[in-house]
Ligand binder design. Structure first.
Ligand SMILES: Cc1cc2nc3c(=O)[nH]c(=O)nc-3n(C[C@H](O)[C@H](O)[C@H](O)COP(=O)(O)OP(=O)(O)OC[C@H]3O[C@@H](n4cnc5c(N)ncnc54)[C@H](O)[C@@H]3O)c2cc1C
Length: 354
């Protein structure tokens, strides 16, 4: 298995023009490489299936690296982030949480670069020195993962309300601990509403919301989202092929947040592209907290939640979020959140003794 590549100008293919692939084509070209991007969507139908939520502080530097200003893409700036779980409600201050026009930003990152749209790529190795698999959840080029995958089906509507039922970020965690519903405002009475659920009840939650709050449906999209951490998405590389972004699991397993992590992964790749082994180690190191989140999610879904292991994981995940409010866009006060309703409902739902 190849792990080092020659230094100097290389002929590189990037398969997948999502946020990771678009950022990479921009950055690799600046570094003097000859890069071609491939995207399965045609140029006119190109689609960023995503709720467009992120932290303006966390994403800013990546956008600047492409000589763009993130401020130009912000649609809605959050004040509060409200989360419901059963009868409990938690309200956090938003610290840079925004929705933004991801579609336009990604197209701007792609501008002026050589991209072949409307081509579903399966293999390209013979024509290039390096092939980057940035195909997201599809993972279309890398070999099959060594561990079982965990992808949760997700459906999202773009809605236009005459009277928007909410004016800020809202999330409802399902009491089955298997998914959640979200409402992300897009300005002018529009919002992305969506849900994902391991038990595939997500459409039911969306339908219920829409029945209560009728609105015009502008768009419907869906795709599964990968929720296993990088360590379970090996191999990251094989021969000339190397994965970047969601294809190698850079999505926060409990939250489904993948934009900033995929950009971080792209930067780690740029720093280590001459040595895939080094790249692998750097990815595993950087996304260590995703391991905790991933194991916790696995315990929840399989009913194997244990104390103290999973409680310790839960504490580490919450510490990561609460210690980095600007990175995640919300200010969580751990002492304000009691785990007890969650643990109670969890023990009831999964019929276990805590
Ligand atoms: C409904 C939904 C809502 C989400 N909301 C958020 C959110 O609000 N905030 C957040 O941070 N994260 C969110 N995520 C996660 C986030 O969108 C992804 O993790 C992130 O975009 C991953 O980036 P990527 O570039 O690795 O992959 P992707 O964005 O998935 O891009 C992969 C690209 O590859 C193309 N492709 C795939 N296979 C091939 C092939 N064989 N040949 C050619 N092209 C191919 C695809 O068409 C796509 O354009 C959401 C995900 C979903 C499904």
């Amino acid at each position: 298995m190849q792990s080092t590549t020659p230094t100097g100008k290389q002929k590189i293919a990037i398969v997948g023009m999502g946020v990771a692939g678009s950022y990479l084509i921009n950055q690799l070209t600046r570094r003097g490489h000859e890069v071609t991007g491939y995207e399965r969507y045609t140029e006119n139908n190109f689609e960023c299936v995503c709720a467009w939520g992120t932290s303006k502080y966390g994403i800013k530097s990546f956008v600047e690296n492409c000589d763009l200003d993130f401020q130009d893409y912000i649609i809605h700036e959050g004040i509060k982030f409200r989360m419901e779980y059963g009868d409990n409600e938690y309200v956090s201050d938003a610290t840079g949480l925004v929705t933004f026009d991801k579609h336009r930003m990604v197209l701007d990152m792609q501008k002026g670069h050589k991209i072949i749209y409307g081509k579903w790529v399966r293999s390209l190795e013979e024509e290039y020195d390096m092939v980057i698999d940035a195909t997201g959840g599809i993972r279309g080029i890398l070999p099959k993962m060594q561990n079982p995958d965990l992808q949760i089906p997700v459906v999202q509507y773009r809605m236009k309300f005459d009277n928007p039922p909410m004016n800020d970020f809202y999330l409802k965690m399902f009491e089955t601990n298997s998914g959640y519903f979200w409402y992300f405002p897009l300005g002018n009475g529009e919002a992305h509403i969506g849900a994902g659920d391991y038990y595939r009840n997500h459409i039911h939650y969306i339908d219920e919301f829409v029945k209560k709050h009728p609105a015009k449906r502008i768009k419907i999209v869906g795709r599964p989202i990968r929720l296993v951490p990088p360590s379970r998405c090996e191999p990251f590389y094989s021969g000339k092929i190397v994965g970047v972004g969601e294809s190698i699991g850079t999505v926060f397993p409990l939250a489904g947040e993948g934009i900033i992590p995929s950009l971080q992964c792209a930067d780690i790749f740029l720093d280590n592209m001459q040595d895939f082994q080094k790249y692998r180690r750097a990815v595993l190191r950087h996304f260590r907290v995703f391991e905790d989140a991933g194991e916790l999610l696995r315990s929840l879904l399989t009913g194997k939640f244990t104390i103290p292991d999973d409680l310790a994981r839960m504490t580490r995940v919450f510490s990561e979020l609460s210690n980095n409010p600007k990175r995640y866009g919300i200010s969580i006060n751990p002492s304000a959140i009691s785990f007890s309703p969650f643990l109670e409902s969890f023990s009831i739902n999964l019929n276990i003794k805590l």
